[in-house]
Design a protein around this ligand. Structure first.
Ligand SMILES: [Fe+2]
Ligand SMILES: [Fe+2]
Length: 219
């Protein structure tokens, strides 16, 4: 059984469905299950460093739930696409791009249906070149926060076919894409945490934990 944070465990206590979805995701795709917890932890860090004028617009409890479940739609993505260790074809990308909608449809049937659109729009880009072509503030604030956490997690995570980016390279990339792919302000507040704090926002999935242990042995 996958451990939930206090926030999500509290939301889960009435009917257990959050635990159920995370356990299904772990069976289907342990990498995405680990990534979901990583995005959840980063999202909390981002929320905590945002100024009051942002925080007052956000329900933190629901934001963290949406962060945890942002990729839940991947339980419907075929394994041959999810597990492919090579570039996806155009057709395969079209299938992969269904996961925000699949996830939103799952969450729309729960008591947290008001978070469904945050999940639907987590791959939008500020410049309007995302999956649904929403631009800037048309994208829900919660989706913009999750998108920053999602990108940071993807860059800092080891995959079987490629290493994680260094924290220096990650910061450079985030600065390059702010205002184009990611919300300029949210990236700015997140980076104010500083290199040392950002470096310690580890992914604890099995692949990342093993790789880190190997690297520590070598150094
Ligand atoms: Fe996603
Ligand atoms: Fe993700």
């Amino acid at each position: 059984m996958i451990n939930l944070c206090d926030n999500c465990a509290n939301l889960n206590k009435d009917n257990n469905w959050i635990q159920f979805f995370m356990d299904i995701l772990d069976l289907k795709d342990p990498y995405t299950q680990g990534h979901s917890h990583h995005v959840h932890a980063i999202t909390e860090k981002i929320y905590d460093c945002l100024p009051h004028r942002y925080q007052t617009k956000i329900d933190k409890t629901k934001l963290l739930l949406a962060a945890l479940l942002h990729d839940i739609g991947k339980i419907k993505t075929p394994d041959r696409i999810l597990d492919k260790n090579a570039a996806l074809s155009d057709n395969e990308w079209d299938v992969m791009k269904q996961h925000p909608n699949e996830g939103a449809e799952i969450i729309r049937k729960t008591v947290f249906s008001d978070t469904a659109d945050w999940i639907l729009y987590h791959h939008e880009r500020i410049d309007g070149k995302g999956y649904y072509r929403l631009k800037g503030n048309e994208i829900p604030l919660e989706s913009r926060i999750i998108a920053v956490a999602d990108t940071f997690s993807a860059l800092r995570t080891y995959r079987i076919y490629r290493p994680a980016k260094s924290i220096e390279a990650t910061i450079t990339i985030l600065n390059d894409v702010r205002g184009k792919q990611l919300d300029d302000d949210i990236v700015g507040y997140f980076l104010l945490l500083g290199k040392d704090v950002l470096e310690n926002l580890y992914c604890n999935c099995k692949i990342c934990a093993e790789r880190r242990a190997e690297l520590e042995k070598v150094s």
